[in-house]
Ligand binder design. Structure first.
Ligand code: SGN
Ligand code: CA
Length: 535
């Protein structure tokens, strides 16, 4: 009997031990794994050139996959529509006047906090690949391999962890290969990861990859309805130097590099330098495509409206071709995640450093607070949490990326961060959200001649103040006038709207700590830096 009792109590202990052991195992496995983050950013990618946005210009099936499997934002904006400042805002979650990088010329202080540093500190493996446009060794990354400045399309130089080297091939593919190599071979697979995968394309001068030279060859693009805008009531816009007809360089932008050298333009030599980077095979493919177009162009002697439409079509074709390579790269990265069982627990974001004009107002480039460059594409997927087919119409900004990623990773969001996490918004759990967003632009006098301005946008209205060598106010009713052709600032029927929008603007400036004195300070710094550059 004694033995029996002993046996029973032994068995009981064994069962109890097994149960508690199983419990411990379950607890370990059940502990939610922190999500990986793949943050894809391209340069100057207009939302008009993403098929998920419903425009019919091109097909971007891989970028569209992110929207189809997750969420698409119809009102994603930047705070300052130019490259380096946009990236500084994205990294810090703070407006330009707070993070200090207000224009492309300003130095960026990498010593300040950024979300990659916070994620790295919390145990993430972090990498930055491609274009960042912020001088100095990137901080917050276990691995960085970035383009110097704007980078080159063919045979690009990269700076790998501070060491420069040249890669053969085409920049978009090289960037993708470097990103995949890091995912496959260079990261610590025991840790969650953050990958900033940032393409140079489709930035000027829109040099396509050989395999896409003939895409859209037989297509004729009709320009937007306001292509021949005369800028009535908008004197600041009228002063621009970013007109497709007026300012595009026939060789540099439109690739009319004739062998005879008849087409002499301001930037012919600059483009010759880019062309010279190609190898013989690439040059042969390039010439086979462009030489007949050059010959045709020379024989036609186009003028006026015909020349404007020809330029627009040349521009669109090359711009859209560079996007096909970007879309391929997105597909390769999404496939990698799928094939390696990482799909479920990885957040993938696709965005651009700002929007871009594809002929609206007759323009290319960005910088203005008008919709096409103020807005930016924004798509996100995270199968674990975001419902496929989600559409978000609320106002979000690139200011919100840093707090959003920190939120997903379960890392504290420092109170100095000015953006807000849009995690709950995407899940449909946000009880309230902002009703206005703030914008600033500083790079004037400068390339493309866009005056200094700041402004506020609500769901329906936009108020802009152009300052420095002018003092102009613009007010738009985006519901009635989505193309921003009529400035209603002095229209008496908008008196109440105008008053409200001024209040919104003051509230925004107070909230974010911006004011005229700061603008004067940034102007002084800018003029000093420009003078120094000249000497
Ligand atoms: C270059 C381009 C401009 C462009 C700026 C800023 N000129 O200077 O057209 O506006 O970059 O772009 S180019 O002759 O060098 O192509 S940004 O995206 O980097 O801000
Ligand atoms: Ca850009």
């Amino acid at each position: 009997m004694k033995i029996k009792l002993k046996q029973i109590s032994f068995l009981l202990c064994l069962v109890l031990a097994m149960v508690s052991c199983k419990k411990a195992k379950e607890t370990k496995e059940e502990k939610p794994k922190r999500p990986n983050i793949v943050f894809i950013m391209s340069d100057d990618h207009a939302y008009q050139a993403i098929s998920a946005y419903g425009h019919k210009l091109n097909n971007t099936p891989n970028i569209d996959r992110i929207a189809n499997e997750g969420a698409i934002f119809n009102r994603g904006f930047v705070t300052n529509s130019i490259c380096a400042p946009s990236r500084a805002v994205m990294l810090t979650g703070k407006h330009s006047h707070i993070n200090g990088k207000v224009d492309n010329i300003d130095p960026f202080n990498w010593d300040q906090d950024n979300f990659a540093k916070a994620l790295q500190k919390s145990g993430y493996q972090t990498a930055l690949v491609g274009k960042i446009h912020l001088k100095g060794l990137p901080q917050g990354f276990n691995y960085s391999n970035v383009l110097p400045g704007q980078g080159q399309y063919y045979a690009p130089d990269f700076i790998e962890n501070g060491v420069k080297k040249k890669y053969p091939g085409y920049v978009t593919q090289v960037t993708t290969d470097i990103a995949l190599d890091w995912l496959n071979n260079k990261r610590d697979k025991e840790k969650p990861f953050l990958l900033l995968y940032h393409q140079k394309a489709p930035h000027r001068t829109w040099m396509p990859e050989e395999k896409y030279l003939d895409s859209f060859a037989n297509k004729t693009f009709d320009p937007p309805a306001n292509f021949f805008d005369t800028y009535e009531g908008r004197p600041a816009a009228a002063k621009h130097e970013m007109g497709i007809y007026k300012d595009m360089d026939l060789v540099y932008d439109l690739k009319m590099l004739d062998k005879e050298g008849d087409i002499k333009t301001k930037y012919r030599n600059a483009f010759q330098g880019q062309y010279n980077r190609m190898d013989e095979k690439q040059k042969a493919a390039w010439d086979a495509h462009y030489d007949p177009i050059i010959e045709d162009f020379k024989s036609k002697k186009l003028e006026g409206k015909d020349l404007a439409l020809w330029k627009y079509n040349r521009y669109m074709k090359d711009y859209l071709r560079t996007i096909q390579s970007v879309d391929d790269g997105v597909g390769e990265v999404l496939d990698y995640l799928k094939e390696n069982g990482l799909e479920e627990n990885t957040i993938v974001v696709y965005t651009s450093d700002q929007g871009f004009y594809l002929g609206e107002h007759g323009w290319f480039d960005k910088r203005f607070m008008y919709e096409e460059s103020f807005r930016t594409p924004l798509l996100i997927k995270y199968p674990k949490e975001i419902k496929a087919g989600t559409v978000i119409d609320d106002l979000v900004q690139n200011l919100d990326f840093a707090p959003t990623f920190l939120d997903y990773a379960g890392v504290d969001i420092d109170e100095s961060i000015q953006g807000e996490s849009f995690r709950k918004l995407v899940n449909g759990e946000a009880s309230e959200w902002r009703d206005a967003i703030y914008y600033t632009y500083y790079e004037f006098p400068g390339e493309h001649h866009v005056k200094r301005h700041y402004g506020v946008r609500t769901d329906r209205y936009k108020l802009i103040h152009f300052y420095y060598d002018i003092d102009l106010w613009e007010l738009y009713d985006l519901e009635k006038d989505p193309s921003e052709m009529t400035n209603v600032y002095n229209d008496p029927s908008y008196a109440k709207v105008k008053e409200d929008m001024h209040k919104h603007l003051e509230a925004m400036r107070t909230k974010y700590g911006d004011n005229d004195e700061l603008n004067a300070y940034h102007l002084e710094q800018y003029l000093k830096a420009k003078a120094k550059k000249k000497n």
